[in-house]
Design a protein around this ligand. Structure first.
Ligand code: S3P
Length: 435
């Protein structure tokens, strides 16, 4: 499938984006490992989270879907999972695979984790190394990529692990494996990353201690099921936010969006570029802070993006590249090398896409300089990456002509209903069979 984005900006609207992907994954995993029931509302029915849901069902967990976003999970307790009938397919999801590997390293049975073409090329040594230090037995392809074969029946040791890169997935993987180890397992991060795992574990009764950048979990916790209200995903809201900032006459209120401080880098960066963004009705939804985000038409200016914000905005760089391309002057991104091992090489994918639309981008190993200008119409490739597809279609809403974005099927992994929502806000994004 392709998107055809035509120049038409969003207007004056109030809307909601789908549930947070990170929180939705964790609700299934921890709800399954808790005792008692966990009720989830606002769940993201995206392909990534549905793959996690299917994997836990395959391991014997009963999960009722009352509607697409409302679930009841009948937890089986830390040791209640059963051997699945075959390999667990995590689709496109790095989060699904890396977090589940932590859980599965502590089980009594063997498992195999597989994924789609993109996931099958993503680095897993980053989780295999700490899990192996804990005593786990995991095999991957020789280049450290999936499939992963995880042998069960091993006794995990607690470790103190210093993360070589800022990654909430690796941090969470080690903490989840730490639940199956005796004693206290700790991770120390080089930069703060999203802390949804820690918050949810704490809510369910695990002992989690945080001191500076070190987080420690006491092994063998008893998790108790709870109610989880999943906030709207700020990473999805970011596309709408930029569409509003770039439009001629926009005033968009995005209701009920998660503003966990480990995720709000995109708000800080866009505000630093001049975007009119206000947070209204700031409140808490369980453990997670939320707000209504109001964005109005803005004039963006380039600048140097603070590398300290990178881990707090890690998924938003594709859309921030579009912001930079639409801004006056140059924008300098640095310290973003992790983008090269996401669902695609996001630095290369965005540089290629923006260049096709007439924007100058100078790329380096772990950064880029984007020279602001006007988007010409044209054809661009999403590299089968959901966030590249959505980012380039936002560029199309303010381009001089239509923009065809090729290969957008994976948008459903994180943002089902993207096109319908943007269209309801006044944009013009059509869907066509691949040309
Ligand atoms: C995620 C962590 C991030 C992010 C991904 C979701 C999570 O990955 O890119 O979309 O839910 O833990 P890294 O932690 O590998 O940077």
């Amino acid at each position: 499938m392709d998107f055809i984005a035509k120049p038409a900006g969003v207007g004056h609207v109030r809307l909601r984006v789908p549930g947070d992907k990170s929180v939705s994954h964790r609700s299934i995993m921890l709800g399954s490992l808790a005792t008692g029931t966990t009720r989830v509302s606002g769940f993201l029915p995206g392909d990534d989270c549905l793959a996690t849901l299917r994997a836990f069902r395959d391991m014997g967990v009963q999960i009722e879907e009352h509607d697409a976003t409302t679930l009841t999970i009948h937890g089986v307790g830390l040791d209640g999972l059963q051997a699945p009938p075959g390999p667990l397919d995590l689709g496109n999801s790095g989060t699904g695979m890396r977090l589940m590997a932590g859980v599965l390293a502590g089980q009594a049975f063997d498992t195999e984790l597989v994924g789609d073409e993109s996931l099958s090329g993503r680095p897993m040594a980053r989780i295999i190394n700490p899990l192996t230090e804990m005593g786990a037995a995991i095999e991957s392809d020789c280049d450290g990529t999936p499939p992963l074969q995880i042998s069960g029946g091993v006794r995990l040791r607690s470790i103190d692990y210093v993360l070589p890169m800022a990654s909430a997935q690796v941090k969470s993987c080690v903490l989840l494996a730490g639940m199956y180890a005796d004693g206290t397992t700790s991770v120390t991060e080089p930069d703060v990353t999203r802390d949804h795992t820690e918050r949810m574990l704490r809510t369910m009764g695990a002992e989690i201690a945080s001191e500076g950048r070190q987080i420690a979990i006491t092994g063998r916790p008893t998790l108790t099921g709870c109610n989880i209200e999943v906030p709207g995903d700020l990473s999805s809201a970011a596309f709408v936010m930029l569409a509003a900032a770039l439009a001629d006459d926009a005033d968009v209120l995005i209701e009920n969006v998660g503003i966990n401080p480990t995720r709000t880098g995109v708000i800080d960066i866009l505000r630093g570029m001049g975007a009119n963004i206000e947070l209204e009705r700031v409140r808490k939804l369980g453990e997670e802070p939320v707000a209504d985000i109001r964005v109005q038409s803005s004039r963006l200016v380039g600048g140097t993006v603070d590398p300290a914000l990178v881990s707090l905005a890690i998924d938003e760089f594709p859309v921030l590249f579009v912001a930079a391309a639409a801004a006056d002057g140059e924008t300098v991104f640095s310290g973003i090398g992790e983008l090269r091992v996401k669902e695609s090489d996001r630095i290369a994918a965005m540089a290629t896409g923006l260049r096709s639309l007439g924007i100058r981008v100078d790329e380096s190993d772990d950064g880029a300089v984007v020279h602001g200008g006007r988007f010409a119409g044209g054809e661009v490739d999403s590299f089968h990456d959901h966030r590249i597809a959505m980012s380039l279609s936002i560029a199309g809403t303010v381009a001089d002509g239509p923009v065809r974005v090729r290969g957008v099927d994976n948008v459903a992994t994180s943002f089902p209903g993207f096109v319908e929502l943007l269209e309801s806000a006044g944009a013009s994004i059509g869907v066509e069979a691949a040309a």
